[in-house]
Design a protein around this ligand. Structure first.
Ligand code: TYD
Length: 207
């Protein structure tokens, strides 16, 4: 099932999704009115999301299967909780999320296999639009490194290469069934300039 008005951006770390979400929400609000477009992200700023941020920062580690459950729990509140994405989209807002269950299917599947993330994420609706940012992991990790912040647990070149390959597998699977599912998937060349990418995204959505 597709949740209308729900847009998701996905890609490996450093692909530029956060920058593009800011630009899209700004443009959407300018064109369609203040508050018409809302930005959100996973992990969320809620309790489970904050717990996950500590795990990502390396404060503690748990089995990757446990992570799959935790990301799905955070997502459940994000989508179905009071004032969540489903409620907002049904009220006519356009909600743009930095990451969604495709991230679990890429990141967690690398070390805990595909079955559990698929199972845990089967109750969630598909977004109306999925923008998939494609980038060479060397380039994107270079961007992450140049920020000078402490690296999170998945931010090594070996892991990013495996995650990129898994993303490709997951997204191409959804591309094959897009005609039936109704989810529109758009691949973005994330090595293009910020302005080129944001113009491309707006072009796809303005209709
Ligand atoms: P990211 O989206 O890059 O946010 P920020 O730029 O604020 O650090 O970081 C979130 C990390 O969490 C990223 O490495 C991907 C990972 N992640 C998963 O492993 N599984 C998931 O289901 C989600 C939503 C994120």
């Amino acid at each position: 099932m597709v949740l209308k008005n729900f847009i998701v951006f996905e890609g490996i770390d450093g692909a530029g999704t956060s920058t593009q979400i800011k630009k899209l929400v700004e443009k959407g609000c300018n064109e369609c009115g203040e508050g018409a477009f809302l930005a959100t992200a996973e992990p969320t700023t809620g309790e489970t999301g904050r717990f996950l941020r500590r795990m990502l920062g390396g404060d503690f580690s748990v089995d990757e299967k446990t992570n799959a459950y935790l990301f799905a729990a955070d997502r459940c509140e994000h989508i179905f909780g009071k004032g969540g994405v489903e409620e907002l989209c049904k009220a006519g807002k356009t909600v743009v999320s930095d990451r969604y269950f495709f991230s679990s299917m890429a990141y967690q599947s690398v070390s805990c296999g595909e079955e559990l993330p698929r199972l845990l994420n089967s109750p969630f609706p598909l977004p109306e639009y999925l923008f998939y940012f494609v980038i060479n992991p060397e380039v994107s990790l270079g961007r992450v490194t140049s920020r000078g912040e402490k690296k999170e647990i998945y931010e090594t070149i070996e892991k990013q290469k495996k995650i990129a390959a898994q993303y490709e597998k997951v997204i191409s699977g959804y591309e094959k069934t897009a005609a039936e599912s109704g989810m529109k998937i758009i691949r973005i060349d994330a090595e293009k300039s910020i302005d080129e990418i944001s113009a491309e995204i707006w072009e796809k959505l303005k209709k």
